[in-house]
Write a protein that binds this ligand. Structure first.
Ligand code: ZN
Ligand code: ZN
Length: 253
């Protein structure tokens, strides 16, 4: 039975988040945590500004703005706990996590701004080792830093960083590619049957496609052609591998 990782209540899995470690999550529970994180951060930020300001000028502080030291301590420890829970959730989110840039910064701090392919010091981008559409996670051990040149040499020009062109060795996807490209250009929705890597059967998805991505994988082909778009079932941005899509049709409405 799918129970929410946060509130432990039952989830109707059709409309909730299925984390890639097998846990489930209410979208509403995730949003509540994120809102609480924002709230606390803004209180602490204000408190800091107040503190800095009071060093320079005598400011009139109204009673409601005063937060006691005890409250600050309580809020800080609540924030630490929240960040821990959110970090674990983001590890297994089936889409790019909101803290993607923080993860990149963390790896740069740990390893230096060094491309893990050419090992030179460069401006580096963050990518998944096993892509999301193959059930790769956002855990730090599945992330790596890569420079633009190495990314282009390994996965083709364009891709994640700019506009997309279909490679000759991806000709098997030409038919769907054209259809989906038209849908992107005309703001149309597409419907298709989708088979997830470990699932036995297909599920119908309706998606507003936004862009193509060539996502690195560890297989011989080296890359998985994916389309990213807003999934109506999950009510969120998702990534779909074209090789798992069947019966693609563009919807007129
Ligand atoms: Zn919940
Ligand atoms: Zn490189």
């Amino acid at each position: 039975m799918p129970y929410c990782y946060v509130c432990k209540q039952f989830t109707d899995y059709e409309y909730d988040i299925a984390l890639s470690n097998g846990d489930f999550l209410h979208t509403s529970c995730l949003i509540k945590l994120q809102i609480r994180e924002d709230e606390i951060e803004s209180v602490l930020r204000k408190q800091n500004q107040q503190l800095i300001l009071s060093l320079f000028v005598q400011t009139e502080v109204t009673d409601e703005e005063v937060v006691s030291e005890d409250e600050i301590k309580t809020l800080s420890s609540e924030l630490q706990k929240l960040k821990g829970i959110l970090f674990t959730i983001y590890d297994f989110l089936p889409s790019w996590p909101p803290d993607w840039n923080e993860r990149r910064q963390y790896l740069i701090q740990r390893n230096g701004s060094i491309c893990s392919y050419c090992e030179k010091e460069q401006h580096v981008y963050l990518i998944h080792e096993i892509p999301l559409c193959e059930e790769g996670t956002n855990e730090l051990q599945n992330l790596e830093l890569i420079c633009k040149t190495c990314h282009e040499n390994t996965y083709g020009k364009g891709d994640i960083f700019s506009s997309f062109t279909l490679d000759p060795d991806q000709s098997e996807f030409t038919e769907y590619f054209k259809e989906i490209q038209d849908a992107i250009d005309n703001n149309q929705r597409i419907r298709f049957a989708y088979k997830k890597p470990k699932a036995k059967s297909c599920m119908t998805r309706v998606v507003i496609p936004e862009r193509f991505l060539n996502i690195p994988n560890n297989r011989e082909s080296g890359k998985t052609l994916c389309v990213e778009g807003f999934c109506e079932l999950r009510q969120d941005i998702r990534v779909f591998a074209l090789e798992r899509m069947q019966e693609v049709e563009v919807l007129d409405y």
